[in-house]
Every structure is written in structure tokens, then in C-alpha cells.
Design a protein around this ligand. Sequence first.
Ligand SMILES: Nc1ncnc2c1ncn2[C@@H]1O[C@H](COP(=O)(O)OP(=O)(O)OP(=O)(O)O)[C@@H](O)[C@H]1O
Ligand SMILES: [Mg+2]
Length: 463
Amino acid sequence: MAKKFQILVVDDEESITFLLKTELEELGGYEVDAALQGTEAINLLQSKIYDVALLDIKMPRVSGIDVLKFIHEHSPTTQVIMLTNVVDYKTAIETIKLGAYDFVSKPYDTDQLLATIGRALERRQLVIDKEVMRNELNRITGASGIIGESSALKSVVENARKVAGSETFVLIQGASGTGKELIAHLIHNESPRKDRPFVAVNCASIPDQLLESELFGHEKGSFTSAYSAKQGLVEVADGGTLFLDEVGDISPPTQAKLLRFLETGEFRRVGGTASMRVDVRVVSATNKDLQREVQEGRFREDLLYRLNVVSIQLPLLKDRKEDIPLLVEYFIRKKSKSKIKRIDPEALAMLSRYHWPGNVRELEHVIEGAVALSQGDTIGLQDLWINPALARQTSASAISGTENGSTELLSLEELEKIHIERALKKFSWNRAKTAQALGITTKTLYLKIKRYKLKSDDSIGNN
Ligand SMILES: Nc1ncnc2c1ncn2[C@@H]1O[C@H](COP(=O)(O)OP(=O)(O)OP(=O)(O)O)[C@@H](O)[C@H]1O
Ligand SMILES: [Mg+2]
């Protein structure tokens, strides 16, 4: 039999605790402990986990509110229902603010009380589910939200952690969707500045004329739409971290102003005369090759050196394929609203073969779509929305062995052999169906089977 829900009843009137215990046990099927004093309740709460506690607000010495505070701190999943004598709404609302689930006035109506307990139990389950999900995610990510066991990713995370504690400027480089922003957050969150702001500026999405005033603020009337003075993001980030995302997209005039600021810590608002000073640590990111941008005259070399005191290069997802199953598991959990689905091995194999031009972001989107689309509790091949042309390329490269970075090509004959073998397997060695799918006659197929000496796995019975 399932374990009964555990309820704690606390009231200084013995007649009430007696009545509650009897009714809740007999009508609700719960297991009930009763306490006549706050101290007794706290003793019980230290030795047992209750699903729901019913607390009288007014009790001598240790009141129901004291017990509520204790529960809030020591047993956060226990749902508390307050019992009030006369409805003193002010106090009742106060207890809700302190974390009580609801309140019921005395004399209570038994049906209403049972209904309230039922709802409190549902809420408790939700709280627990959420907690389990969070712990589960934390277990996989180690709280940083960064998934991956590959040595390529591990060394990136290690370097980010090492540099986090210092004040050094860091430039994070990597293709789109590789996790640059995630690393920037990690650097901030593990730095002594973690309790100060992390301010991200996407330099590519802000029109260049506005970027300067976004960064450094402006004085009233400095340009037509500047109706009032505005603080710049560097001021907002004071004491914290300024994350310059897509830093390779800043125009040369703004690059010059940024350089001056990075060198001196001083800046002027647009239209302002006073020089201001802030203390920010700059982490920047780009998916451009900034060396090349420098060579081609689009990015200032001195600014690059200023930003790039330490550089962190993120690997492409296709170069750390061993992380794909972990990421898939993680995203399935993250995107599931209720029941966690599983993934069919064939679908996982396909995801592991694909070359992921959009990196982790693309994988995240594919899983999000699959979780939403799949019927039942398993994600199959048909639920994966990957650009079909690219997916075909993927299977071709899988056959030719290029997926592991080896560029060694198979001859057309070898390729044909593998392809025919696969098709035969797919149709369980039904030659007519296989020939039709391959667009050749059964006779040609027969000849090719002989030529390549193909045999089915259970060929004893078949051939
Ligand atoms: N190692 C990882 N573990 C878990 N999630 C990841 C990982 N890497 C990236 N992601 C997720 O993938 C998405 C893209 O990551 P992020 O925004 O950090 O990439 P980016 O390099 O800044 O991309 P872009 O250049 O396009 O801005 C985010 O939702 C992020 O949470
Ligand atoms: Mg980004």
C-alpha cells in the first residue's frame, strides 16, 4: 500500500487537535501527529518530514508564525495551512507572505479543509518535481550550465575558470552557437565581481550611431531624440563585467572611443564635457577572425591587443561529437514540460553523424522541436527537423569516413558496396524491394551481390 500522507496539526486547544486528528485520519486517510505547543511541533519537525502542517496562529510562547518560519527554513517542501480564530485578514495575509500556502478560519468546515489540504498536496508535488528537475540539471551541468565531457570543452572551461579570478580582459572566439556567451557568464559568475552587474552589449544588433551613446550614455539634447540625459551601459556595469558581444562588428570611429576608454577607464557621455570614470572588467566575444579583420584594415590592431589579453577558443560541435549524447539528454530534460522522453538509438546516431554548422544552438533547436513534435514517449528519426539536403550530405560523409576529420575518400566501388549492403539490410534482404528502391533491376542487384560477395547476417537460412 502506498505510504500515507503525513500531516502535522498544531493547536493549543486539545479539543481542536483531537477533532482534527480524528477527522483527517478517518475522512482524509492521512496519518496525523498532533502537538499542543510550538516547541513540541518544532521537535516533531526535526525528526520527521511532513507533507502538510496545519498551524494555529495564536499560541502562547512559540506562535504558529514562529513554526511557519522554522518550516520555511528547514522543511521547504512542507505545505503550511494556517488556522485563524477570527478571520484576521491582515495577519493571514502576512503569513502567506512568509510562505504559508493558505489559511482556514475556525470553526472550520471539514470539506473545505480537506479540499485545501488536497490542493496543498498537489502544490507540494509541483515544488518537488521542479526541485528534482533542477537538481538533475545541476547534476549534469555542475551548476554552470555547460555540458560536455570532451577534452576540448573541458580545457576551455578550465581556462575560463582559471582566468575568472583575475581582472584580465578576455576575448572569446568561436563560431556561431558554440557557447561563447555561456563562457562569458561563467567567467563573471566565478569572479570576485559576481555580485555586481553582468552587462551584455550586442555590438552587432545596435546601429552604429547608437552604440556610442548606449555604451557611454548621453546628455540631454546631444542629438535630436535625446530628450533627457541617459546613463551609459559602462556606468551600469560599474564594479561588474561588461560583455561586448560580436565585438568584431564595431565601426572604426566607435573602436577608437572604446580603445580610449579601455586604456584609461575614462569616458565622456555623448554631448557631455565631464570626464567620468568607472571600473569594469571587459569580456568580449566574436565569431569573426579578428586577426584577419586587422590585416584587412577593418579592426584596429591596438584594440585587438587590448581586448585579447587572454583568448579562449571554443571548439566546433562537430569536433567534439562525443558530447552530443550528453547534450541531447540535457536538452530533452530542459525542454520537457512534463514527462521526460527518451530518444531512439537510430535518431541519436543520426544526430551524432550530422556536422552541425549551427553548433550547440542548432542542436538545442532540433531537440526542442523534436520534444514538441514527437508522439508518445520516444523521439524518433521522423521527429528530427534537420535540413534534408544537409542531412544527406551527412550520411554521405559518414559513409566516406570524413566525419572523423579524416579526409580519406572511399572509391566509388567501395561506396556502392556499402550502399547496397545498407539497402539490403533495410529491406531485410528482400531483393525485389531493394532493387526497386535503388532503381536497378533485380538481375543487376543479383550480379552486384555476387560481385561484392555480400551476405546477410543470417545468411545460412537466407541464401
Ligand atoms: N556546452 C554547452 N552546454 C549546454 N548548452 C550550451 C553549450 N554550449 C552552448 N549551449 C547553448 O546553446 C545556445 C547557444 O550558445 P551561446 O549563445 O553561448 O552561443 P554563442 O557562441 O554566443 O553564439 P552566437 O555567436 O550565435 O551568439 C545557448 O542556448 C546555450 O545555452
Ligand atoms: Mg552569442
